[in-house]
Design a protein around this ligand. Structure first.
Ligand code: SF4
Ligand code: SF4
Length: 225
């Protein structure tokens, strides 16, 4: 069977098509259409006018970390290394010192988080037995150099600005969304206080009087006869 040959004649583009003018005008018309439509519905715009406007993020948002403090202002952290061990990015560095309150035993002399390595997984929050490390909704984590991305104790310690009306607010934290205490209305936004019994024990140990001095050795008994 003989092959059927179809001959196509390609039309030459016009001068306007060569200059892409129809496509340019179509694009401009589409943009202008969106502009006019949005001008009539400014409140319905999906765009967030950052930084004046901010999106409302979930209560479980994993942003910058904070270290929680006790009522006396000291860090809750007891330098147990659980968060450092659980961290998959190896970005937490802790050095422990002896705490003057015996019940606390240890406290961090160095506590650093390298936010350029952090993957914001929240494992450190989950691992902490003292609810000492929380996350905030602060996502503005840009730095000019690597050194300033390593947050130490002064930067990590919770500040009032973290939770005031203009602050980022708490993000991922222990028991978020699943706390029996929270369900019972007992959850405190500032954190769960140290168990009173433990606190009392710590104070009691520190109030204990020093041990009495050793008694002088008794003189040797005189031999009879
Ligand atoms: S959020 Fe994850 S990666 Fe970041 S410090 Fe905590 S455990 Fe490490
Ligand atoms: S797990 Fe909690 S208490 Fe232990 S070192 Fe980390 S922050 Fe401190």
């Amino acid at each position: 069977m003989a092959a059927r040959v179809v001959t196509l004649t390609r039309s030459e583009p016009t001068i306007l098509e060569r200059l892409y003018l129809p496509e340019i005008f179509k694009g401009l018309a589409r943009t202008l259409g969106h502009l006019l439509k949005n001008l009539g519905n400014m409140k319905g715009l999906p765009t967030i006018q950052f930084p004046e406007m901010r999106r409302k993020y979930s209560e479980r948002f994993r942003g910058r970390h904070i270290l929680k403090t006790r009522e006396d202002g000291s860090l809750r952290c007891v330098a147990c290394y659980m968060c450092e061990t659980a961290c998959p990015a190896d970005c937490i560095k802790i050095e422990a010192g002896e705490h003057p309150v015996l019940a606390y035993e240890k406290y961090p002399t160095v506590f650093e988080i390298d936010l350029l390595r952090c993957v914001m997984c929240g494992y450190c929050v989950d691992a902490c037995p003292k609810d000492a490390i929380w996350m905030t909704k602060d996502y503005e984590l840009s730095f000019f150099d690597r050194k300033s991305a390593i947050l130490g104790i002064p930067e990590l310690t919770e500040k009032p600005s973290d939770t005031d009306a203009a602050g980022p607010g708490y993000g991922y934290r222990p028991y978020e969304g699943e706390s029996p205490m929270k369900k019972a209305g007992q959850f405190e936004p500032s954190g769960i206080p140290l168990l009173p019994a433990l606190q009392e024990r710590g104070l009691a140990i520190n109030r204990m009087p020093p041990p009495p001095p050793p008694r002088p050795a008794a003189p040797p008994a005189a031999k009879a006869g």
